[in-house]
Design a protein around this ligand. Sequence first.
Ligand code: SF4
Length: 418
Amino acid sequence: MNSERKIASSIASTDSDVSEPPGSVAILAENPCSLEEQNTDFQKISDNSLKFLKQHFPASSVKDWNNWKWQLRNSFSSLQHLQSIIKLSSDEMAVAGNDDINLPIRITPYFASLIANSKPGNAIRKTMVPVMDELIVSPGEESDPLDEHKHNNVKCLVHRYPDRVLFLITNFCSAYCRYCTRSHMVGDSHHSHGRRSDWDEAIDYIRNHTEIRDVLLSGGDPLTLPDERLRYLLSELRTIKHVEIIRIGTKVPVVLPQRITPALLKMLRKFHPVYMSIHFTHPDELTPEVSQACNMIADAGIPMGSQTVLLKGINDEPEVFKKLMQGLLKIRVRPYYLYQCDPILGSAHFRTSVNKGIEIIRSLRGHTSGYAVPHFVIDAPGGGGKIPILPNYVEGKEDGDLLLINYQGKHFKYPDYM
Ligand code: SF4
């Protein structure tokens, strides 16, 4: 973390400067909860969460814990702070004194409860706690490998594909993933995307481009914004006739399930069709709280798809991956994308070979429900967009027959004369 960013992240928890990310605790303080939003009676709390709450926040109540704004205010944002729940490895310790880590640290108490007392090899811990490998830049790595800035027609928009846009509405997240494709902008106050004037400029662009039928809200994490700000944005987008669908890209249901409140869902369902793409990484994320949040989203009529980044030593074992995909179907999330990890700076320790992803897809196709098989894609460096990568089930052609191989390795022919 450079010193400017360190300062920015510490300011974010105390100051109310309007230039901050809009989901930051400062902005939340300016947007107190309505009575409806404060109602946390519906929330489940798991035994694991309860134990963690009693041990690490003895002065706080279950009601506090189930309040998403309490979760944001009490997030772990430094390695020193994390030392109260995990014993840092020497590698993690070395990072503690280093100023060059690219991303700030932020983990909600809820998500931190999943790594309390864990070993350094714990999968979720590796996605959240930085190690010195983050400082090693390998060939082919770039800070913005997808060249999103080149497709920034206005500040908050990436218009890469013909009929849809990516609308970066905040650069704040409730938890920072160490392998984040947008680590060059998220958590960095110099890249604030939450100003009303920036949003309005983006909305005007969408209004003037009638070919745009699909708007993906992302960031940062859109669901870190207060309901009122989301309502403003969604209602503006819904005044544009050619916008057919709105999608929300988020990790909030996984790292901050307390944010999925009846009030939020009541508001979102007014703007249907709304879809949600949720960033899942590992089967250990499928807790009772996450299950409740996803079932509530499904009950609100919001179709959910998952997005998962293939990560070395985290989810690259076929059995682990299958467990995640099958677990998602049980909570009504349809596996959607498996991404080859983008070559951001300092990501080599997370990246697998492309063959590993093909092996995972091969281990799923035919061996479990088709619904549990996501699309494996590489987001092409340089801005080429998502390119699907598939195992090869076609062996060739012989006398007009297509030679096929099935999931069991058995050979078949299809008469392909047409
Ligand atoms: S939630 Fe998404 S945008 Fe936020 S740090 Fe993780 S990968 Fe990046």
